[in-house]
Write a protein that binds this ligand. Sequence first.
Ligand code: DGT
Ligand code: CA
Ligand code: CA
Length: 571
Amino acid sequence: MKNQFVADTLYMIADLLDLKGDLFFKTRAYRMAAQTIEALDNDIETIVQQGRLESIPGIGEALAKKITELVQTGKLEYLERLKKEVPTGLIDLLSIPGLGPKKVAALYKNLGITSIQELRKAANNGELRTLEGFGEITERNILRGIQLLEKTSGRVLLNVAYEDGNRYLSYLQKCKKISKINIAGSLRRMKETIGDLDILALSNDPEAVMEHFVHYSEVAEILAKGPTKSSVLLHDNLQVDLRVVEEKSYGAALQYFTGSKEHNVTLRGFAIKKGYKLNEYGLFDKNTEAYIAGKTEEEVYKKIGMQYIEPELRENRGEFEAAKNKTLPTLVTYDGINGDFHVHSIWSDGSDSIETIASVAQQRGYSFIGITDHSQSLKIANGLTEERVQQKLHEIEKIGKNFPDLRIFCGTECDIKTDGTLDYSKKILEQFDFVYIGIHTAFKMDKESMTQRIVRAMDNEQVNFMAHPTGRLIGKRDPYEVDIEQIIDAAKETDTRLEINSFPDRLDLDDVHIKQAKDHNVRFVLGTDSHSINHLDFMRFGVATARRGWLEKKDILNTSSVQEIEKIIGT
Ligand code: DGT
Ligand code: CA
Ligand code: CA
């Protein structure tokens, strides 16, 4: 789906109009339309094809024309023109987390700042705090924002790469000359952010394959086109590399181009110790150069004397030792998930009714779904008052009767207050099927207070799960300051399961902390944090992260039967 791409473009237009000082109602119209498209249940391409754009609230004739152009060509004349009207550097400034168009305009007008370098310099010199509406805190946040941006710059979130990659793959599969094709690189390892896409194909007519590859409709620019290797840039700026190899090298090449580089370097070392030489063409005898293996990855690993290592584990974080000792984990599987614990409905800030969520859950083959709306003090997200909790419990009971094969759990995502107490009384908490706790306000506490706040909340008897345990937003917000070891210990001690929040810009806990927590015998739940039924698909990114954290079926509650779950959460 191109929905996010269209929404992002509309947000960009609104920002540029704001920079130019255009009228509020005009920029607002673009933002509203962007929000609507982001939350849309249907594919925007299909809507364009059917000429139904104008039936979407907030989209009139002019906007419909622009969206159609964008979806059909991947570009928008109007946006290109707008970009020329503002100094180019200002557009880069907009990508700094926490810096909106109003602040960028103020920086430009008052200090003449037109680039990230100039901004950093001014912030370091303490010049920003002299501006109206800026202060020391803003200054510090801007510096942090620049750092975050540099860390992720040029990389995209896993879901964006996953969708781009799989759309490209379906297109490539139409080429009759390709007999085998795989995604490789960091996307195959399901890393949380992706630098570029790597695709590997098997064919005895590589040139025909390259021809097909560069003629894909989403290609904006051909960077290189050779007989066995080509690179293109997609409209959304993601680079894609394709390599074509022959059959006897396919497994060795797939292993090589899947990486990670650190994994490969270590594997090559083991090959050498065994008297071999390993490269993307195969495994060879070090002395005679005779070909030994390379058709499949499995035979490469086996010949080097170890178990096959799943792509998600290939980060050189202990997988070789385990593979040699035959103690690799049997990873949780992508289709082994029976339901989702973390879904918002229209009762708080979600966009779908419980009924709609339940029927989509059923279509997915789930045996349970957890509806977790926000708690009362989170007014900005329409958190539920105690009275509305009662109404919701009733409604779920009623709707549940229409879904005999789906257990609808009534949960809550209960806010943790600054002192570590919870946002509902014990009496209310007891009525939920399960209780998630989470931090949604006051992120900037010192480490010790934040740690105490969470530990105290976990100590509550009604609490089952801790939502997005570190609060990070990839590329946008750092984790809050917290002593993760103490959180892990407290989770174990209080029997609180840690969430692997599967929303792509969270993926929280992350892979490294998951493994650390698992080593301390902590258990986990998966939740998508869906605010629309489209988000239910994000489950695969949570499973991927769990796999990258070495988790097995038994570590994750979502793999259990409804009966077992009920026993564990104590409904
Ligand atoms: P990315 O694109 O930054 O998200 O990460 P990767 O892992 O996809 O890295 P990329 O695209 O630069 O290269 C794809 C794979 O090719 C990489 O995972 C391992 C392999 N590779 C690339 N350069 C080297 C190298 O210098 N040595 C070795 N052993 N392998 C390499
Ligand atoms: Ca890559
Ligand atoms: Ca690459």
